[in-house]
Design a protein around this ligand. Structure first.
Ligand SMILES: Cc1cc2nc3c(=O)[nH]c(=O)nc-3n(C[C@H](O)[C@H](O)[C@H](O)COP(=O)(O)OP(=O)(O)OC[C@H]3O[C@@H](n4cnc5c(N)ncnc54)[C@H](O)[C@@H]3O)c2cc1C
Length: 423
């Protein structure tokens, strides 16, 4: 049973797949990682749906005397977190669809004995599993915090979502260890490019390194950052720079400039912080590229209306600019952009937040989660949050009696005990 390529004998000995099929045994691992990427978008979209809906209902602090309190989603800091999460959820969702399509292509190739895409798919599925699960685990907690005290309540659904998700950063390969697998692939691609060999796939920019390193930011003001292609150029440059510095760090630790790179042992261990940063930067670039490609495919196919595409285009741009802002230290250090250009990117990001604020509820409704799937008093589609909190609290076993379930058997005998006679 389930032993198409390898076997365990009745005596308990493992028989590996025949050499011709050795690579095929990667299939299950690739499938599971592709599925974890797909699932990350689904789970993050649930957290974003709950928190955005609640933030549109919850009001706090009137802006002036006699005025109505603001919806908390109207605070720029809340919008920054929550609309940022909506962008990440769409990015992971589209990435999951793409990973599954790539896995299906791999299976078709495998059945013809073709394994040329395997190294790229292995490297991508490792790094993307790490980035997407990390984003989702952190994102659920960020969504919970945006819901204030009610986010902490089990009735929000967010603590349960976090507790049932967070193991994804550990299982099927700890995220750091997976980033290091992607890093090895990227360093080999960089070395191949430097020795004149062709480099394809997502690491193609490492095959045109000199051209990439000569490039610089073309932005003349905030409007230029309204095109996600510029954010993509920034993320590609950052990934290239981090690959170069990761390789230099490893080269220095591998006993000298001409020694072969050491991908294990003390040399490798002394460079893993750089290698993880490089792999993460690469996957962030791939996520933005995939978001842009998905929208382009929808545009070409006419499968989404122009107004919907316009909103998703702004969300895509916001997602890219969020990554650029987080990685701006690397880009400024590399001299790719000036401080003024970094400030212009921030200005565009904040303008997009304001432009996307009226779309936030529609963007989460579009995920299509039913109330039963969210199982959250805060994330209800009808927005009747406070009644839902009361209803859910009313049916709690803790509230079945006025005193609570432990009163008769535990508390009452203690609290109503007759005082002991004084000796
Ligand atoms: C809920 C859950 C369910 C699981 N289910 C299964 C299952 O069904 N089947 C199964 O086989 N396993 C399962 N696992 C195990 C899981 O795959 C491992 O826990 C995971 O691969 C991490 O390995 P570890 O626990 O040995 O961590 P460790 O390897 O001890 O990691 C500890 C720390 O050291 C770091 N580290 C470790 N090695 C390196 C390295 N080489 N370079 C740099 N840093 C390193 C890690 O980043 C981490 O921070 C499950 C785990 C969990 C949490």
């Amino acid at each position: 049973m389930m032993s198409r390529f390898s076997k365990v004998t009745p005596e308990g000995s493992y028989v590996p797949p025949p050499p011709a099929n050795a690579k095929a045994s990667y299939a299950t691992m690739l499938f599971v990682r592709a599925d974890i990427v797909r699932n990350s978008g689904g789970v993050l979209s649930k957290a974003a749906t709950i928190a955005v809906r609640y933030a549109a209902v919850r009001r706090q602090t009137a802006p002036g005397p006699g005025q109505r309190e603001l919806q908390v989603l109207d605070y720029q800091n809340v919008a920054n977190t929550l609309i940022g999460l909506v962008g990440s959820a769409y990015a992971c969702w589209f990435m999951g669809l793409e990973m599954q399509a790539r896995y299906q292509r791999f299976e078709a190739d495998r059945d013809k004995g073709v394994f040329s895409d395997l190294p790229e798919l292995h490297a991508l599925s490792s790094g993307l599993k790490a980035t997407c699960t990390g984003t989702t685990a952190d994102g659920i907690e960020a969504a919970r915090r945006c819901c204030g005290g009610h986010g902490y309540s089990a009735l929000s659904g967010l603590p349960r979502l976090f507790a049932s998700y967070v193991q994804n950063v550990t299982w099927e390969g700890d995220n750091n260890v997976l980033y290091l697998q992607t890093a090895r692939y990227l360093l080999k691609a960089l070395a191949a490019g430097q020795s004149g060999k062709p480099v394809g796939g997502s690491a193609a920019y490492l095959g045109q390194l000199q051209q990439e390193l000569r490039s610089s930011c073309s932005a003349r003001g905030a409007d230029c950052w309204g095109n996600p292609a510029l954010a993509l150029a920034a993320l590609r440059h950052r990934a290239a720079r981090l690959a170069v510095s990761g390789a230099a760090t490893l080269q220095a630790a591998s006993s000298g400039a001409r020694a072969p790179l050491k991908f294990e042992g003390p040399a490798w261990n002394s460079s893993t912080v750089s290698q993880i940063a490089m792999a993460k930067a690469h996957t962030e670039m791939v996520l933005l590229q995939t978001f842009m490609d998905t929208l382009q495919q929808a545009r070409d196919a006419g499968s989404l209306s122009p107004p919907v595409l316009a909103v998703l285009g702004r969300l895509c741009c916001l997602f890219g600019l969020g990554l650029v802002e987080a990685g701006s230290g690397d880009l400024l250090e590399a001299g790719w952009m000036t401080g003024e250009q970094a400030a212009a990117a921030r200005t565009q990001h904040r303008a997009l937040l304001a432009a996307l604020r009226p779309e936030a509820v529609g963007l989460v409704d579009a995920f299509g989660w039913e109330d039963y799937a969210l199982n959250s008093a805060l994330g209800r589609q009808d927005g009747d949050v406070y009644k839902a909190l009361l209803d859910m609290a009313t049916v709690s076993p803790l509230n079945r009696t006025q005193q609570g379930p432990a009163w008769e058997s535990v508390l009452k005998p203690v609290l109503h005990r007759k005082p002991l006679p004084k000796l």
